[in-house]
Design a protein around this ligand. Structure first.
Ligand code: KG4
Ligand code: ZN
Length: 333
């Protein structure tokens, strides 16, 4: 039995978890700063770092306490070291290094996106599979040939999917984080506004969301100039439908090309109810298995870092005290 203490602080959640054998979560503590960033309309990096410093010690202690585990019983300490906001990453990383050094435990440096897709291991997913990892900072279609063998089949060329949700929400006057609020508004509206999907000259599974975002901004301004009311719910429903169609089509095409029978969702945007439904229906139609983490493991958390770290542990892939925080780093490098 391998017990890992995992720490995550790459954006605006300070999180710690204890995970056994990469699949059993004994505790999963998340301290979200979202309320505090709300008034700025997004995450303020400097504020985020300071808030991580204030709570990290108590979050980690609570994770051990809830897991009824002492530091002595922990086999390794895992921490997100890339990618993310560098100041935020450094808080979790420095804390993890200090703890690993003082307790004489091995240190594991986990990639954040690998963490997101590993959240599905907690629901029993095993490779090979294709996943869509869509969050506030990333949109990737990844073919996991094995636990630690990745092939990126598509990615965004501009905004991340979650970023597009957040920006459109701002245009509609909905509070940050925009994703859940667009999700809610869309349920009250009709997808009756035609939005052109971006086209690429070459054959690709990449995404582009900035054109869709600009279309919505112009559409809203056009109505404003004519003193017409903003049909917020209809705009939300039309935007969401377009984005969900693109994400679904590209991911299932990737699965077909990779010849896999399992498709998964991960990342904050995987919390979107329309996206989950769309994947579920397409998987059923295509005779594929569909996996999606429960809501709590979609947005940033440390249980997913513990799930990923287990496979580093099995490889004997440990970090030393020179492990650094890296703001940009592709998965699998
Ligand atoms: O994974 P995450 O917590 O943080 C990053 O690593 O970025 O993802 C946060 C993103 C935000 O952009 C948020 O708006 C989006 O996930 N999100 C959603 C929903 N819930 C969260 N987007 C669409 N629909 C949702 N229900
Ligand atoms: Zn994330």
């Amino acid at each position: 039995m391998i017990k890992i203490l995992a720490i995550e602080s790459s954006c605006d959640e300070t999180a710690a978890a204890v995970v056994v054998d990469g699949v059993k979560v004994l505790s999963n503590i998340i301290n979200s700063q979202a309320e505090l960033h709300k008034k700025y309309g997004g995450v303020v990096p400097e504020v985020a770092s300071r808030l991580h410093v204030e709570v990290i010690d108590s979050v980690v202690k609570e994770a051990l306490l809830e897991a009824k585990t002492t530091l002595d019983e922990i086999d390794a300490i895992a921490v997100t070291h890339a990618p993310g906001l560098v100041g935020s990453l450094l808080v979790g990383l420095s804390y993890a290094k200090g703890l690993a050094f003082s307790a004489g435990k091995p240190l594991i440096g986990v990639h954040h996106i690998e963490g997101h897709l590993s959240a599905n291991y907690l629901s029993g997913l095993t490779p090979p599979f294709v996943s869509l990892v869509a969050s506030g900072g990333h949109s990737h279609i990844i073919h996991s040939e094995d636990y630690r063998k990745f092939n990126i089949m598509g990615k965004t060329r501009d905004d991340a999917a979650g970023e597009a949700f957040d920006k459109v929400a701002r245009v509609l006057g909905l509070p940050y984080p925009g994703g859940p609020n667009i999700d809610k508004a869309a349920k009250e509206g009709q997808a009756n506004i035609k939005i052109t999907k971006p086209k690429f000259h070459e054959e690709t599974l990449d995404f582009s969301f900035s054109g869709i975002k600009t279309f919505i901004i112009n559409y809203a301004h056009g109505l404003e100039q004519k003193n017409m009311p903003l049909p917020k719910n209809d705009i939300a429903a039309s935007f969401q439908k377009t984005v969900v169609e693109i994400l679904t089509d590209n991911t299932f095409e990737a699965a077909k090309r990779a010849k896999v029978k399992k498709v998964a969702l991960a990342g904050g945007v995987a919390a979107n109810t329309a996206l989950r439904k769309s994947f579920e229906e397409r998987a059923e139609k295509e005779g594929m298995e569909f996996y999606c983490p429960p809501f709590i493991y979609c947005t940033d958390n440390a249980a997913m870092i513990g799930a990923a770290a287990y496979h580093y542990y099995l490889e004997g892939n440990f970090a030393d005290m020179s492990l650094n925080a890296i703001p940009y780093k592709p998965i699998g490098e």
